[in-house]
Design a protein around this ligand. Structure first.
Ligand code: CP
Length: 321
């Protein structure tokens, strides 16, 4: 059965407003499942899902695993360092071997941009991109949208600025596509060395100073400096970066608005964001993590092809009440 999202979720680029709205609305009843004493519904019973992570992850991998288990799917985590990938087996051979064991979905994180689509085009199982190189991280984009919608009650007309290392950020790309599709105004802010070359094609406003971004925005999504992806000296020093672009409480206190702060994690505290902002009243960073489970439950459910059992969840039924 083809789902309302298509066979796979590779990115937010190309998704319609109705499709994104559907994911966000579907996530709503799933939030409640995680608040129950027994956090489980039978929605994906019998589905087999493989989490194939070729890169480190805390939030995304654990969040997908919780989402799968709370929907009663059978899950397997493949640590690539312990699999035959470490002996040179290709991505497609690995996935085809998994498919030969009759799996239904693969959740993949990979350091190469395009790896998720490459795999999706070669295997029958549904593929969910959990972050591929500097391309996209669609479920992070969706959970950011849900967190913003929770706070502001809407996305239409909202002013959101992505701050910092936009160049290396798959989160930024998914946010830009998702937010613009949902009618938000999007800006980016950072040193020119960390902004993409094709910035004029992204349909975003560019701010060179963090103070301008803070004055303009309703929300800042602060991006991690991805030092592991930097092959050259993009910034003079971390201290200098914090001095010029760091999101500090002193800067936020000068804002005319009570703006909110998102960060996809992991954070470089004292570099792109100060601890008293990350842990302070402006921050919705842990709300993002909580929403990540509900969004991933929604994506898994929708890709599986909308089973009637969800009607029970939406009505407050299911197991563990
Ligand atoms: N936001 C995010 O992708 O975090 P992880 O790398 O820990 O999964």
């Amino acid at each position: 059965m083809t789902s309302a999202l298509g066979k796979d979720l590779v990115g937010l680029e190309g998704l319609t407003r109705a499709q994104i709205q559907l994911v966000l609305d579907t996530a709503e009843p799933f939030k409640e499942v995680s608040e129950r004493a027994i956090k489980k519904v039978p929605t994906l019973r019998g589905q087999t899902i493989v989490n194939l992570f070729f890169e480190a992850s805390t939030r995304t991998r654990i969040s997908f695993e919780f989402a799968e288990k709370r929907l009663s799917a059978d899950t397997v985590n493949v640590a690539t360092s312990l699999s035959s990938v470490s002996k040179g087996e290709t991505l497609v051979d690995t996935a085809r071997n998994l498919e030969a064991m009759r799996i239904d979905m693969v959740v993949i994180r990979h350091p190469s941009s395009g790896a998720a689509r490459f795999l999706a085009e070669r295997i029958k199982s549904k593929v969910i991109n959990a972050g591929d190189g500097t391309h996209e991280h669609p479920t992070q984009g969706l959970l950011d949208l849900l967190t913003l919608r929770d706070r502001f009650g809407k996305l239409d007309g909202l002013k959101v600025c992505l701050c910092g290392d936009v160049l290396h950020s798959r989160v930024a790309r998914s946010n830009i596509f998702g937010l613009r599709t949902m009618g938000a105004e999007v800006a980016i802010c950072g040193p020119r060395s960390l902004l993409p070359n094709d910035v004029s094609q992204l349909g975003v406003t560019v701010f060179d100073r963090i103070e301008q971004a803070i004055e303009w925005a309703d929300a800042l999504n602060v991006l991690r400096l991805q030092l592991e992806r930097m092959s050259a000296g993009y910034i003079p020093s971390l201290r200098e970066y914090n001095r010029v672009f760091g999101v500090t409480i002193e800067r936020l206190e000068r804002s005319p608005k009570d703006l909110i702060i998102l960060h996809p994690g992991p954070m470089n505290r004292g570099v792109e964001i100060d601890s008293n902002v990350a842990d302070g009243p402006h921050s919705v960073i842990l709300d993002q993590v909580t929403n990540g489970v509900a969004v991933r439950m929604a994506v898994l459910y929708l890709l599986a092809g909308e089973r009637p059992e969800l009607a029970e969840v939406a009505k407050g039924g299911g197991e563990g009440r």
